[in-house]
Ligand binder design. Sequence first.
Ligand code: LLP
Length: 420
Amino acid sequence: MNYFETEFIHYKNNQLYVEEVPAEELVKKFGTPLYVYSRNHFINQYKKFDSAFKEIDHQIFFAMKSNFNLSVIDTFVKLGSGVDVNSEGELFRALKTNVSSNKIILTGVGKTKNEIRLGLEKNVLMIKAECEEEVELINKIAGEMNQVASVALRVNPDVDAQTHPYISTGLSKNKFGIDTETAMSIYRRRNQFRNIQFTGIDMHIGSQITSIDPFLEAISKMSEMYFTLKSEKLKLKHFDIGGGIGVEYNSEKSFSIEEFASKTISLFKKLDCKILFEPGRFLTANGGILLTEVLYNKRNGNKKFIIVDSAMNDLLRPTIYQAYHHIQPVLKFENREIQTADIVGPVCETGDYFARDREISETKSGEYLAVMSAGAYAMTMASNYNARRRAPEIIIDGEQIIIARSRETFEHLLWDEKII
Ligand code: LLP
C-alpha cells in the first residue's frame, strides 16, 4: 500500500511520527479519537505563502473556518496573519487570540444585524457585503452608530473553479457574492451610502482548486472592474482574492504556491493596491491527522469492513463530499497482507465511512490507524451526533506536546439541558 508522508508527519523505524513524537505515544496518553497537529507544518506553509508574495504589498488572513482551535489561529497570528471570520462565533473566537481587530475581515453570505453591529463595534478592517440589501443594512447600522463602515463587495465573477460542486462558489448559480453588473452599479451609487466607504473588492471562487486558470480568469474580470472604478475616481485600497488553493490528499496534482505567485504577481503589480489572501486549507490541511483505534474486523459476504472508533461526527468530509483521506497504520508491521476494505465508524448511518473499497494492510483489533490530511475542515465540522464527545486536539511542536483542547465530557454535552 502507499503511505502518505510530509516533512513533519512521517514514518521513522516503521512508526508514524508527528514531528518528534510517535503517534503511538499520543494515543496511549490521550486515547482516541484524537486530532494531532504539527505546528511546524502550519508555520512552514504560512512562511511559504508569505514569501511567495514578498515582492508585492499583501496581507494573509487565515480562514479560521478550516481550523478554529485558538492555538492554531494564534500560531498564524504570531507570524503576522490576520483572520477571516465568517460568523459571530468565529469573531468571538478570533478575538480570544492575539489578533488585533483591525486585522480581521468579516465575511458571510447571510450576516445578521447583530453580526454587522459587532463587526463595526470591534472596528474590523472591513466587512464584505454579498448583496445589495446587505449594503443598505450596513449603511443603516453604521449610521445609527455614527460610523463609516469600510466595505468590500464580494463579487461573483461567474467562473468555474472545477472543484466539487458543494465547494464551488464563484458561479452565478451559487448563492455567493454579487454579479459583476450589480456590483458595479452599487459602487457607482456610492454617494447614496453616506455611512459606507468602499475600500475593497473581493472574490472567493471555491475551495480545493487544483488549477490556476480559474483564478486567473476571475482576477482578470475583477481587475477590469478595479480599473473602471479607478477611472471613475473610486480608488480601492484592497483587492481580496479569497482562498481556495488546493492541496494534495492523494495523488492529485495541485500547483505550488510559487507557481501561483509567478503567474499572478504581474497582474497584481498593475493594480497598485494591497492584495489580500484568505487561505485556509493550504495552511492547515496536511498539518493534521485523526488517530483512531480499530475496534473490529468483519465480513458481510465478500465485503470486508474495518470498524474504527472515530466516525462521521469527527470527520465529515468523506460523507458529504466523497472526499479522499489517506488512511494508514500508526505502526507498520512486516508481512501483513494487503486487503480491500471499507473503513467505517460506529455511527448509525450508512454514510458513516472514511474510505470505501480501500487497499490497506490487514489490521487487528486494538491497533491504531491515522486518517491523514485532517487539519482542515475536520474538527471545525465535527458534531455530537449519537451523543459522541468531540475529540481532543493536540499540537506538536518539535518534542513538545501541547493540549490545545481536551476531550469533551458528557457533562459538556448536557450543558444547561433539563427535563421539564
Ligand atoms: N474565504 C472565504 C470567503 C471562504 O468561504 C473560504 C472557504 C475560504 C476563504 C477558505 O478557503 P480554502 O483556502 O480553505 O479553500 N468544508 C469544505 C470546504 C468549505 C470551504 C468554505 N469556504 C471542505 O471540507 O472541503
